[in-house]
Design a protein around this ligand. Structure first.
Ligand code: ADP
Ligand code: MG
Length: 279
């Protein structure tokens, strides 16, 4: 689901069904690979009256766009297509192609009208991609449903976007963070009632001419992020926030993200940078 695997761990047998059905519902709104989803229809028609939830998540994405000075930008859709990340036919585009796609990028070109729940994309060819935030949001929605059903303990892992509800038979949930360059974990986190997300350049990428190109794009350059961060982990009270922040850290780099992270004093981060000159 959501282009990844979703894992549910709980001693309550009803937990998995609650989580999967909720994630499926969110997927129906936000998955750009489903031609009937709200996002796909918005991308197709350029404007659409959407559900309050879709409007909410686009607003959140715009908030992170502003907070990150443009590093987080859900209008990167045309760039992901150009680099082949949408159909997994990876290629290195020409500078002219990148420049052309960059004209369609910029969350200031998303017009929201809260009075009639409508979203408008200012330029033809614009394409929203919620891949950096949808999983986190879906996990948060699932947690809300679990709580509503009285389920106290559950771990949800949506491809590295995780929520640790309650505990694991009286002990904190243990989440291993993967080493971005080797098989196996870098270390463990012990967590209860918090979200944790990890992003990096090792999950989806291709290598060309000894360079690594990952699916997290720097919206300023139109090229895959090249900040030196190979993996960023953030622990926050909700998964949408941790999901968005780790993507931003990969784009801006450890130093570049410092100022933004100061605005989130409760968020704990763990950032791995590559050794110089290594792909
Ligand atoms: P993962 O899906 O590996 O956990 P992320 O949460 O960082 O990683 O999401 C990466 C996805 O976000 C990309 O596949 C793409 O759909 C989208 N994306 C890429 N670059 C950006 C960006 N600068 N801002 C917002 N979304 C992005
Ligand atoms: Mg993310």
């Amino acid at each position: 689901m959501l282009g990844t695997f979703v894992e549910v761990v709980s001693d309550e047998s009803s937990a998995s069904e609650i989580v999967f059905s909720e994630i499926k519902r969110i997927e129906g709104l936000l998955n750009k690979y489903d031609p009937q989803s709200e996002i796909s229809r918005l991308n197709r028609y350029g404007s659409l009256a959407v559900s309050p939830e879709t409007l909410y998540i686009i607003e959140k994405a715009k908030y992170f766009w502003q907070a990150s000075s443009g590093a987080f930008d859900i209008t990167v859709g045309p760039l992901l297509d150009l680099w082949g990340f949408s159909d997994k036919k990876y290629r290195k585009p020409t500078q002219a192609e990148v420049n052309r796609a960059l004209r369609l990028v910029g969350s200031d070109k998303i017009i929201l009208d809260k009075n009639n729940n409508s979203v408008k994309l200012k330029l033809p060819g614009m394409k929203l991609d919620l891949g950096a935030i949808a999983k986190g949001y879906a996990v948060d929605c699932a947690v809300k449903r679990l709580r509503g059903q009285g389920i106290k303990n559950c771990l949800i892992n949506a491809g590295g976007d995780i929520y640790c509800l309650g505990d694991n038979s009286g002990k904190p949930w243990r989440v291993a963070v993967q080493d971005p360059r080797k098989r196996g974990p870098l270390g463990n986190l012990k967590l209860e009632n918090v979200a944790v997300a990890t992003s990096g350049d090792y999950a989806q990428y291709f290598i060309k001419d000894k360079r690594r190109y990952s699916h997290i794009i720097n919206p300023k350059t139109g090229y895959p992020a090249d900040s030196g961060v190979t993996s960023a982990t953030a622990v926050a009270s909700d998964c949408l926030t941790s999901d968005a922040l780790v993507t931003i850290i990969v784009v801006l780099g450890k130093q570049g993200a410092e100022k933004l992270l100061d605005q989130f004093p409760d968020v704990k981060t763990w950032i791995i940078e590559k050794e110089r000159d290594n792909a």
